[in-house]
Write a protein that binds this ligand. Sequence first.
Ligand code: FES
Ligand code: FES
Length: 210
Amino acid sequence: MDENHDPPIEDESSSSSSGTSRRGFLTQVAVAGAGLTLAPLLTGAQEIILETPPAQPQTSMVILTVNGQKHTLNMDERTTLLDALRENLAMPGTKKGCDHGQCGACTVLVNGRRINSCLTFAAMHQGDEITTIEGLAKGDELHPMQAAFLKHDAFQCGYCTPGQICSAVGLINEGHAKTDADIRELMSGNICRCGAYQNIVEAIKEVKNV
Ligand code: FES
Ligand code: FES
């Protein structure tokens, strides 16, 4: 009886049942893999790199009604309403803060409702009545909300103020705010880095109670 149970050591040169040695098999796999990248070098063929050409912007004719005036613009279809106002119409009153719908600096009124103009395409608002901070006053007469912000010192640096005022006008139109807490909650989409919140609430209360 054979006392030695260890399997016999395989001769590296011996062939498997398919006729290929283990070392030979591994060598073939390695060469096959390398062949994918070495092929051009080995064959002398030129490697061709296909590059996707940059997408050409699609431009369209867009008609916007801003502060009662119609404007016909030929613009990239992906232009946000905020950029259309600031860049295409040269109306910088509407501010760009985050450009991500988080600060409210870009708030404008569309058909009387407040929206973040950085989150919507200009082309989606053909036929809408768009009102910006530039369109609130009537000539030299300030909108009551603008006058109330002045009276109550409801700003410091002023960067958030156009958005705050447009948002406050929208809030009054909605008619939901009954208390100071309501005003704070319903104005919470408009951030003021200067922290003029208490004075903003006072200004809105004054207009709301007229
Ligand atoms: S710039 Fe639109 S929400 Fe901040
Ligand atoms: S007044 Fe400065 S951010 Fe509001």
